[in-house]
Each structure stands twice: as structure tokens, then as C-alpha cells.
Design a protein around this ligand. Structure first.
Ligand code: TYD
Ligand code: MG
Length: 461
């Protein structure tokens, strides 16, 4: 289909239009308000205003909210439960999913495995590789033990050819590996540039929504963020997943950062093995695997990652500042929480921490992003500062307020359950969380209402 494009510049403040870019808008006199607008005429626009229902696109008209049917979206379940959960319960037909991640992290491996499983279940899958030749893909597939007639592999980078092939083969799932290698022949800039990536994604989205095809798009993230990458596309697609992990570790974490069909913050854990990715069903066990027992500065917290509790170790190293300003470094937790919690310890508990460097780390490469880990962080800092080890069988949960109070957290039953499952004997938790329920057998629940109370119990202060 032919699509016509016209480029113009438009003032964001007053709407003044100009064929070329200008620093100062002649219309309103504002500076730096002119932005490039690409006018598109042709069929592509339709996708933006239509909505999908059960995969097919129907033109929308104002409808009383009471008469809208809410039958759930049809989903395709993959054999990887970790992926299904992160997607919000399987692949939604007609949805556009972006998988971002560093080069070499395992995106192609994951998608090839998923393609193979889905094709074995009878779905026609079209795997389009712009990075690897058919032979290279086949070698990888052999290594992963994949062979299925329903899995079509296609090495192509021209979007027109890709569109034609999708229309010709009518697959139910399409994989684009990667968006940075695909080009729209009518856009003049190089593959990987902002306009290429945006236009190609828009076209793929239209195609997916119209034909009810689920499309997975791979996008590489670069450290500098210089190449137009996943960030740019986040608002366009339905679901954004990031595949993360440290290259020298075998664990990989798949995280949802946007999901129109499910909750975000959901996390799936995989291990990269010799013959592909394997699911990790008990993440807590791995995160605690290398814990050194009896060391000071180490605590274990039960943190919620989406709907699932995971136990992770939080390590702190507090050592006297030898020169200049004390350092406050944190990996895996919010940088801003560390000075805050140290100030609470200083003011409310009376620990002299201002001449101390503090290094905080969440073991296992996880990122924790919830206030319920505050108390464990504070106890780790105190334990390292006093050089007193914590008990390896204690699990610590609670949010810390500025007066040193310990505040209630959500989903306490699930967190405690997970701690009990992994053999923890005591759970130190907010006293306010204790009313109205009884924990599982074999675990002692100790409610605390302040940081100093928690330190008395855990470190015997
Ligand atoms: P890949 O999926 O090519 O990464 P991406 O598409 O994100 O760039 O993963 C490449 C890495 O994974 C490479 O270092 C080799 C490793 N790998 C395994 O360890 N086992 C396997 O079975 C496969 C296929 C790859
Ligand atoms: Mg790849």
C-alpha cells in the first residue's frame, strides 16, 4: 500500500507551521518550540483510531459503557510459565510486545524457544531475523533442539517485503528480531534511526491489530542510549518487557515495565544453560544460595516482585571515610533511601554514621523497588557498623518512617509464607501487620514498631 509522507515543522506553543525548522517561532516569539511533524496520508492512520477486540479491529463509535462487552482477550499460553506470568497470563492475540535488553543477553534465544513451543502447539509462527542469516538461525535452532513445520524463518529487513510475507503466510505470531535492523523503504534515514524505528513499529502495529497477529519486537538497548531504541517505542506498544542480567552470571530476569493486559512489576527468572533458557521456579533459593552465614551487614528481606514474594539478601558495608565526603553507594536499591535511612539511624537510634562510607548491595542482581525493604536495609547498616552478625534464620520486613517508626506493609501473609517455605525461623515485621491473622506453623512472628526495637531483637542491642 502506498503511504504519502510530508514533513513540516510546527510550533508546540502556538501551532505555527513552517516548511523548515526555526529556532524562534515567528508566530509567538517562543524559542525552541518548533518540532518536526510527519504528515502521513494513506491507510496507515486507521490503526491509530480503531480498537482491537478479540484481535480484529473494528471502527469505534461512542458506546454506552454499560453495553460494552468485556469478554477477556483470547490468550495463547506458552510453555514458559515465567513468561506467561510476566505477560499477564499468556500472549494476547493482536498485541504488540517489545522485548528490550542489552545485546547478547538472550533475547533471540528466548524468542526462538517461545516460537518453537507455540508452533508445536499448532500456531503458525513467522520468525523474521534481520540480524542473522537463515543458516545462523538454523544452527541456533539445532542447538536448542527445535524443529517444527509451523515455524517459518525469514531473513529480511525491508518492511514492504515483510508486510507482503505476513499477508501471504497469515501467521498468528510474528517475531521481529530486531527493530533496529528493519527499514521502511519510504523513510530515507538509516535503519535504527528514530524515524525508521518509529515508522516501522507503527506499520507493524497496524498490521498486527488488523489481522489479529501477536507481534514480538526485539529492541537492543545501548548503554549510551544513543541509538533509537526501546525507550522511544514504550508509549506505542501494548507491553514492554526488559530482559536483564549480568553477562557473567547465568541468571536472566524478564521484567514487565508496561502492560496493557496485566500488572507491571511482574518478574520472570530464567537461567541461560548450554542448550537454551530454563525457567527458575524457586527464585528465592537462588538469591540466597551464596549467602555467607554469620557475616555482619547481611540481612534477608521478603520483597514482593509483582504478585510473587522473593527472598533476597541485602548487604551493607560500613567503613570509616578516609578522605573527603563520605560515600553512599547502592546497587539494586534506590540511591536516595540510603542517606535517608542512615539519617534515621543517626537521629533516632544514636548511631554516629556521618564519618562512615556506606555501600549497599542487593545480592543476585535483582532490583528492589518498594518501601518494605527499608527495615532490612537499616538493620544491615547497623549490623555492619557494629560488626555484629545477624542470625541467618531471621527475615526482616517493614517500611521505616522519618521518626524511626516501622510501618505496615502490603501482602504480609504471602511474604511470611515464603520465608517459612525456605526455612526461616523468625520473621521480624511491623507490629501493625500482626493483628487479625496467625502465621504458618514453625515460624515465630515478632512485631516491632520502631527501628530501635528491631535492632534490640536482631542484634541484641
Ligand atoms: P542471544 O539470544 O543471541 O542474545 P541477544 O539476541 O539478546 O543479542 O544470546 C547470545 C548468548 O547466549 C551468547 O553469549 C551465547 C548464549 N547462549 C547460551 O549460553 N546457550 C544457548 O543455548 C544459546 C542459544 C545461547
Ligand atoms: Mg539476537
Amino acid at each position: 500500500m502506498m503511504v504519502k509522507r510530508k514533513t513540516k515543522f510546527m510550533c508546540q506553543a502556538c501551532g505555527y507551521e513552517s516548511p523548515k525548522w526555526m529556532g524562534k517561532c515567528p508566530g509567538c516569539g517562543e524559542w525552541n518550540k518548533m518540532v518536526e511533524e510527519v504528515e502521513v496520508t494513506g491507510a496507515t492512520r486507521r490503526g491509530a483510531f480503531a480498537h482491537s477486540q478479540g484481535g480484529a479491529v473494528i471502527a469505534s463509535k461512542p458506546t454506552p459503557i454499560t453495553t460494552i462487552e468485556t469478554s477477556t482477550e483470547p490468550r495463547i499460553l506458552t510453555k514458559l510459565n515465567e513468561l506467561n506470568r510476566v505477560l499477564g497470563g499468556g500472549v494476547v492475540r493482536g498485541s504488540l510486545v517489545l522485548i528490550g535488553g542489552d545485546p547478547g543477553i538472550g533475547k533471540s534465544t528466548l524468542l526462538l524457544q517461545v516460537s518453537s513451543q507455540l508452533s508445536q502447539m499448532g500456531n503458525k509462527v513467522l520468525y523474521i531475523s534481520g540480524e542473522e542469516s537463515l543458516r545462523q538461525t538454523k544452527i541456533r535452532a539445532d542447538r536448542l533442539g527445535i524443529s517444527s513445520e509451523n515455524l517459518l524463518v525469514y531473513a529480511e529487513t525491508n518492511l514492504d517485503e515483510i508486510s507482503r510475507t505476513i499477508e501471504g503466510t497469515s501467521p498468528s505470531i510474528v517475531i521481529i528480531d530486531s527493530i533496529q535492523t528493519i527499514f521502511h523503504p519510504e523513510v530515507t534515514s538509516a535503519p535504527g534511526s528514530v524515524s525508521q524505528v518509529r515508522e516501522c513499529t507503527a506499520e507493524l502495529m497496524r498490521m498486527g491489530k488488523t489481522n489479529g497477529i501477536a507481534i514480538f519486537i526485539v529492541g537492543h538497548v545501548t548503554k549510551e542510549g544513543s541509538i533509537a531504541g526501546p525507550r522511544l517505542l514504550e508509549h506505542m506498544v501494548d507491553t514492554v518487557l526488559y530482559f536483564e542480567g549480568e553477562r557473567h552470571h547465568t541468571y536472566r530476569i524478564l521484567r514487565a515495565v508496561k502492560n496493557r493486559f496485566g500488572s507491571t512489576n511482574e518478574m520472570g527468572i530464567f537461567e541461560m544453560k548450554e542448550f537454551g533458557l530454563e525457567e527458575v521456579e524457586n527464585p528465592s533459593e537462588i538469591f540466597l544460595e551464596e549467602r555467607s552465614r554469620g557475616a555482619s551487614g547481611s540481612t534477608v528481606v521478603a520483597s514482593m516482585e509483582g504478585t510473587r514474594p522473593v527472598l533476597v539478601e541485602i548487604q551493607a558495608l560500613i567503613s570509616p571515610t578516609s578522605f573527603g565526603n563520605p560515600r553512599r553507594m547502592a546497587t539494586g536499591i534506590d540511591q536516595g533511601r540510603v542517606p535517608l535511612l542512615m539519617a534515621v539511624l543517626e537521629k533516632r537510634v544514636g548511631m554516629l554514621l556521618q564519618n562512615q562510607d556506606a555501600y549497599l548491595k542487593v545480592a543476585g542482581g535483582v532490583k528492589l523497588d518498594e518501601p518494605a525493604i527499608d527495615l532490612a536495609v537499616a538493620v544491615s547498616i547497623a549490623s555492619s557498623f557494629r560488626d555484629k552478625p545477624t542470625r541467618p534464620t531471621d527475615c526482616i520486613i517493614g517500611e521505616v518512617g522519618l521518626t524511626g517508626e516501622v510501618r505496615r506493609v502490603s501482602r504480609i501473609e504471602q511474604r511470611v509464607q515464603e520465608a517459612a517455605k525456605l526455612g526461616f525461623e523468625r520473621v521480624i515485621l511491623p507490629a501493625n501487620n500482626l493483628s487479625g491473622w496467625k502465621g504458618p506453623d514453625g515460624v515465630q512472628l515478632i512485631g516491632v514498631s520502631s527501628v530501635s526495637e528491631a535492632l534490640k531483637i536482631v542484634l541484641g542491642d
